[in-house]
Design a protein around this ligand. Structure first.
Ligand code: BDR
Ligand code: CA
Length: 311
């Protein structure tokens, strides 16, 4: 099994991504680290614990990371994920002991213990990763791969016409990470906006009466019904697709591109810029990254439904 660390801001689709990782049988989830994003840090951390309680995996450590972006004010995603961040599903919060270790130290300790063996999947603003990279400049050699849900290449953004939420949430952190030589696979809106879970798909989850399927049904029902998603005919599986790519890269087709982020223009703030050559705005980029631009939609949706409804 592939050792993995999930860094994110749960969030309904983060919750689904964590469940997908746990139930995949391919990924060995060794830690969840949280970051402020969809919801404030404390809520994101509680939500991660609620999901581990639901999946009976409280053996997996959870550690809180950065409570706000590197230089900007925190931007949460408001009603899209519900007041609790999990669509009002009222999952119980387990009683756990404080492990007294933060997200940055936990990730660094795990990775240094097993250099080259970890896949990190990042599905929130990249604040924690930027901090880790500043403490561990050879992070790129220590990690096997880093799958990031973020960016919008040839499609409009979802928080502004130009920018995607995770990149816009902390553009300076995203810039540090994307300009680096880390072994990145970027999973942008170009592919995640195609993996739409429809109401018909959701009915298949409803038919299964496990606690996990019941939670998934209720949370995804909420997520489908927010006005922004109703217009799409279903909800996008952003973060689950990033986990899907970590499980099986053949769900997507990628191109090797340099990627940079706009941080100095109020109109295009958080836009992901790409190119084949490191010239102009891309001159500062240390290496190309794999950017997902096509996805086998129905195969991924089938895999998602089958995996989260499995016993
Ligand atoms: C990303 O933003 C968040 O709202 C989701 O959890 C996902 O990580 C999509 O733009
Ligand atoms: Ca997320």
């Amino acid at each position: 099994m592939k050792k993995m660390i999930y860094d994110g801001d749960p969030g309904i689709d983060d919750a689904m991504a964590i469940i997908l990782a746990i139930k995949s049988g391919v990924l060995d989830l060794k830690a969840i680290t949280t970051v402020a994003g969809n919801v404030p840090l404390e809520k994101a951390t509680k939500n991660a614990l609620k999901i581990l309680n639901l999946t009976k995996r409280l053996d997996i450590p959870v550690a809180a990371g950065m409570p706000s972006p590197l230089v900007r004010e925190l931007l949460t995603s408001g009603p899209i994920h519900g007041e609790d961040g999990l669509g009002g599903t009222k999952l119980p919060l387990p009683i756990t002991e404080d492990k007294c270790i933060g997200a940055l130290d936990l990730t660094i300790a795990k990775i240094l213990n097993r250099p080259g063996e970890f896949t990190v999947v990042a599905c929130g603003p990249l604040t924690n990763l930027a901090e880790i990279y500043s403490k561990l400049p050879d992070f790129g050699e220590k990690v096997n791969d880093l799958v990031i849900m973020g960016g919008a290449i040839n499609v409009p953004g979802n928080v502004s016409p130009h920018a995607e939420f995770n990149i816009y949430g902390d553009p300076e952190a995203a810039q540090i990470i994307l300009q680096s030589d880390l072994p990145i696979t970027l999973v942008p809106l170009d592919v995640t906006m195609k993996t739409i879970l429809t109401p018909d798909d959701l009915e298949q989850i409803y038919e299964v009466r496990t606690p996990v399927a019941e939670f998934a049904y209720n949370a995804l029902k909420y997520y489908q019904n927010v006005p922004k998603h109703k217009k799409l005919g279903g909800c996008p599986l952003h973060d689950p697709l990033a986990v899907g790519v970590a499980i099986d890269e053949s769900f997507v087709k990628t191109r090797e591109l340099y990627v940079n982020v706009v941080t100095d223009n109020i109109i295009t703030l958080g836009k992901t810029l790409v190119g084949e050559e490191n010239r102009g705005e891309l001159e500062v980029c240390a290496s190309k990254h794999k950017v997902c631009l096509e996805v086998d939609v129905r195969r991924f949706i089938r895999f998602f439904i089958d995996t989260i409804t499995a016993d």
